[in-house]
Design a protein around this ligand. Structure first.
Ligand code: SAH
Length: 462
């Protein structure tokens, strides 16, 4: 029996969805963060459950061939990067295996038509967005960084390798402003203090910069000082926004935004179109990969001018709008009102007049669109990790599209949902994973589910 504090020798023979290596000892799965497939390790057991345990690397006896030296000294602490210690090729292999395993084990697909992972040209500095929690250490010193994995302890870090390099300079400007103006920082314990998060967005192509301060209040001291410093020292600084979050909550942003400088949004381009990005709207964090994802989605959708395209979970409308010129009509659905406002503006900015955007929950909105007689030939879905509801899949099936393009950020829920589509008459015809978030454990997948034409259906068409 494995016990806590025991030291064991372990061979890593698999990887989990979270990016931990896993080995087996006396029939018990032992998860080891920071390990690599093929590692032979001396491991200290830190936690034991009935069927699994967690261990910490004490010593690498024989390193995996995939190992490289990590270039970040906080990656094991902040938990953002799961794969900084292995080669990028090995990372892409692991991600493909993860999607394959989900399709075969969860979706019970025998032979999923899975392509290789589309890798990202940039594995560092690819993100266009960061949200840094602000706090104080036990000596009252200011801390800016990231939360440690699974906790709200701040790991100080201003130069994360995934972020654009100039985010560090912006953080330094904010830090100086905090210190010079005695700005209080929020404490989760006492629920007092003003500044909670420093949230930065930067257009990948436009290079426009937005700074959003998430505060427990409605105003900040000496905003002129901050604005002047940002204008002077940050290239393409476009807007400063306050986001009001006075709640005792884990959610980073609140509902209300107050613009102190500029327009309250930045713009950037994707697939040749211009998009407006507000603090509360979802926007793809790795634009060159998002462009590849959309291009693949468009290829899978096989659009013609006769098609009606329903884009569910449309965010600011980006995917659908990049396809709007290829179809007769586009209908987008999204739950965040600000994102729908952005989507409408985005259609206008780009001169697209065959698009309609609806604010609402995808399941409910699809049901009511069906009742109104909408009959899309192509449905595109891009849900958050929890995937689609069984009711939404039923509604989509009842709308009878010939193609369903599913973009997913969670292979497990994708496989589950694809299985429901399959049992409702849609075959999984194409599937490609894409690496939107290099060095982290996340992987996106785009699939095409095509309506299976039965003999009876073919007769109907005659
Ligand atoms: N397709 C967009 C956004 C994808 S992210 C793009 O490529 O940019 C998923 C989106 O789903 C987010 O914008 C989120 O706000 C939205 N969303 C989350 N739950 C939803 C729901 N129940 N109904 C509709 N939209 C939802």
């Amino acid at each position: 029996m494995l016990t806590k504090n025991q030291n064991i020798t372990l061979k890593i023979d698999g990887m989990t969805a979270e990016g931990n290596g896993v080995g087996h000892f006396d029939g018990v799965a032992v998860f080891v963060p920071g390990s690599a497939l093929g590692d032979e390790l001396e491991v200290h057991i830190v936690k034991v459950k009935k069927t699994y345990a967690f261990g910490k690397i004490l010593n690498i006896i024989t390193p995996s061939a995939d190992r490289i030296s990590s270039d970040c000294n906080v990656s094991m602490k902040c938990g953002g990067c799961a794969y900084r210690h292995i080669s990028y090729d090995a990372e892409l292999q692991i991600k493909k295996q993860r999607v394959f395993d989900a399709f075969t084990r969860i979706g019970h697909f025998e032979n999923p038509p899975l392509q290789n992972v589309v890798g990202s040209e940039n594995q560092n500095h690819y993100r266009n967005k960061a949200q840094f929690p602000v706090g104080q250490d036990k000596n009252g010193n200011l801390e800016i960084g990231f939360y440690a994995l699974g906790s709200h302890r701040i790991i100080p870090c201003k130069n994360c390798a995934l972020q654009p390099k100039n985010f560090e300079d912006i953080l330094t400007i904010v830090e100086t402003w905090i210190e010079k103006n005695n700005v209080s920082v929020y404490s989760e314990e006492t629920k007092t203090g003003l500044l909670r998060h420093i949230y930065i967005r930067r257009g990948h192509y436009s290079k426009e910069v937005m700074l959003c301060l998430v505060i427990n209040g409605k105003s900040i001291p000496n905003e002129e000082h901050l604005i002047n410093e940002l204008k002077e020292k940050t290239d393409n600084f476009k807007t400063l926004v306050l986001n009001v979050n006075t709640k005792d909550t884990n959610v980073i942003t609140g509902q209300e935004c107050i613009t102190l400088f500029g327009e309250g949004y930045i713009t950037d381009t994707l697939c040749g179109l211009t998009f407006r990005i507000s603090p509360l709207s979802f926007y793809q964090v790795n634009p060159p990969q998002a462009e590849r994802l959309y291009t693949l989605g468009k290829e899978y959708a096989e659009l013609t001018k006769d098609d009606v395209l329903l884009d569910l979970y449309c965010g600011t409308g980006t995917i659908g709008l990049t396809m709007a010129n290829d179809v007769k009509k586009l209908v987008g659905v999204e739950i965040i009102p600000e994102a729908i406002e952005d989507a409408k503006k985005n259609a206008e900015i780009n001169g697209i007049d065959n698009a309609e955007f609806i604010c609402g929950d995808a399941t409910k909105a699809a049901e009511s669109l069906k009742k109104q007689g909408l009959s899309p030939s192509v449905v595109l879905v891009d849900p958050p990790r929890k995937g689609l509801t069984p009711d939404l899949i039923s509604t989509i099936v009842e709308m009878n599209p010939t193609r369903v393009v599913y973009i997913s950020c969670d292979p497990a829920t994708l496989a589950r949902d694809a299985a429901q589509f399959q049992s409702s008459g849609y075959a999984l015809t194409r599937a490609t994973p894409l690496d939107m978030f290099p060095r982290t454990a996340h992987v996106e997948t785009v699939v095409l589910m095509s309506k299976v034409h039965t003999v009876a259906n073919d007769k109907c068409f005659k």
